[in-house]
Design a protein around this ligand. Structure first.
Ligand code: AP5
Length: 220
C-alpha cells in the first residue's frame, strides 16, 4: 500500500528540516514544491523564470502551474510506495487536485502532520536561516548552526541565504499563508487526518514525535 504524507505548517515551521529526517527514515521521496522551483530558477528554465517573480514577492505561484509540476513528479516510479509532500498543497484548490491525482494511483493522503509555530518565532527562524546549495539542507545561525560557518555539515557545499528570506518578504509570506493555506487545517481536520505537532520543541524532539505517529499510521 502506498503512503502519502502532507507536511503542513507556516513558512519557517520546520517542514524542510523534518522532511529530510522523515523521508530518510521512512524510505519515501521528499517532494518539496519550493525546492522544485528553486532548482528551476537556478537552471534558468522557463518554469523557473515564470516562478521567480512570484517567489521573490512572497506570493504563491498560480495553482495550475504548481498542480501540473506535482502531478508530473508524483507519476514517477520512485513515488510508487508513496511520498512526503512538503509545501504542497497550499490552497484548497491544490488539496482537491491532490485527491484527484492520487485517485489515479489508487492512493490517498494518509496523514497530515501540522507543525505549529507562533508568528514571532517564524520571523526569526527565516531571517537567520542558511540553506546549502547542493542538497538544500537547512541550518540556523543561532538555533541550528553548522559546525563550520558557511559550510554544510552533510555535503560540504556552500550555505546561502534565500532571496525570499528578507524581512519584508517573510512578513508577506506569513500573511499569504494565513489567507490562503490556513483553511487547509480545517479541511484536513474534518477528514480526521490532521496531527498537530508543537514545532517550538527542539528539532530532535519534533522528529521523534513525528516518527512515532507516522509509524503508528503506517503499521496500522
Ligand atoms: P517553500 O520553499 O515551500 O517555503 P515555505 O513553505 O515558506 O517554507 P520554508 O522553506 O520557508 O520553511 P520550512 O517550514 O521548510 O522551515 P525550515 O525547515 O527551512 O516555498 C517557497 C516559495 O515557493 C513560496 O513562497 C511560493 O512562492 C512558492 N511555492 C512553493 N510551493 C508552492 C505551492 N504549493 N503553491 C504555490 N506556490 C508555491 O526551517 C526554518 C529555519 O528554522 C531553519 O533555519 C531551521 O534550521 C530552523 N528550525 C527548524 N526547526 C526548528 C526547531 N524545531 N527549533 C529551532 N529552529 C528550527
Amino acid at each position: 500500500m502506498s503512503v502519502f504524507i502532507v507536511l503542513l505548517g507556516p513558512p519557517g515551521a520546520g517542514k524542510g528540516t523534518q522532511a529530510k529526517v522523515v523521508s530518510q527514515r521512512m524510505g519515501l521521496p521528499h517532494i518539496s514544491s519550493g525546492e522544485i522551483y528553486r532548482e528551476n530558477i537556478k537552471n534558468q528554465t522557463a518554469l523557473g523564470k515564470l516562478a521567480k517573480g512570484y517567489i521573490d514577492r512572497g506570493e504563491l505561484v498560480p495553482d495550475d502551474v504548481t498542480i501540473a509540476i506535482i502531478q508530473e513528479r508524483l507519476s514517477r516510479p520512485d513515488c510508487k510506495p508513496g511520498a512526503l509532500l512538503d509545501g504542497f498543497p497550499r490552497t484548497p484548490a491544490q488539496a482537491e487536485a491532490l485527491e484527484r491525482i492520487l485517485l489515479q494511483f489508487k492512493g490517498d493522503v494518509a496523514i497530515v502532520p501540522y507543525i505549529s509555530v507562533p508568528e514571532d518565532v517564524l520571523v526569526s527562524r527565516l531571517i537567520g536561516r542558511w540553506t546549502c546549495r547542493a542538497g538544500a539542507h537547512v541550518f540556523h545561525e543561532q538555533f541550528n548552526p553548522p559546525q563550520r560557518t558557511g559550510t554544510c555539515d552533510y555535503d560540504g557545499s556552500e550555505l546561502y541565504q534565500r532571496d525570499d528570506d528578507k524581512f519584508e518578504t517573510v512578513s508577506h509570506r506569513i500573511s499569504v499563508y494565513l489567507q490562503q493555506t490556513l483553511p487547509l487545517i480545517e479541511y484536513y481536520k474534518m477528514q480526521g487526518k490532521l496531527f498537530e505537532v508543537d514545532g517550538t520543541l527542539p528539532i530532535d524532539q519534533v522528529s521523534s514525535v513525528l516518527l512515532e505517529e507516522l509509524s503508528r499510521i503506517v503499521t496500522g
